[in-house]
Design a protein. Structure first.
Length: 93
């Protein structure tokens, strides 16, 4: 994520993949505090969950490991801040 401009939080929250290449890029973003990083990652988790559901119903979807990458970023943010995520997740890495 090479971005010279400040992050538009509303845009990142609405569509994390439009602003960040990977969930780990959210962690590296100096423009967002820990609360906003968590919000963006939680949104990304929600989107990945919907994608997994669509794939499970036989619809074409994205990549399988996205949920794992989102969960890993959430776990790292939790490790850095000591604040647990709002949802329960299983990390299979």
């Amino acid at each position: 994520m090479a971005n010279a401009r400040p992050i538009d939080f509303d845009h990142a929250l609405a569509d994390p993949r439009a602003v960040f290449n990977e969930p780990a890029d959210v962690l590296a973003c100096a423009d967002l505090d820990a609360t906003r990083k968590r919000q963006v990652l939680e949104r990304w988790h929600h989107d990945a969950l919907e994608l997994e559901t669509a794939e499970g119903e036989g619809m074409a979807g994205g990549e399988q490991p996205m949920m794992q990458r989102v969960n890993a970023a959430l776990a790292e943010l939790e490790r850095q801040t000591g604040i647990k995520a709002e949802h329960k997740r299983s990390i299979t890495s």
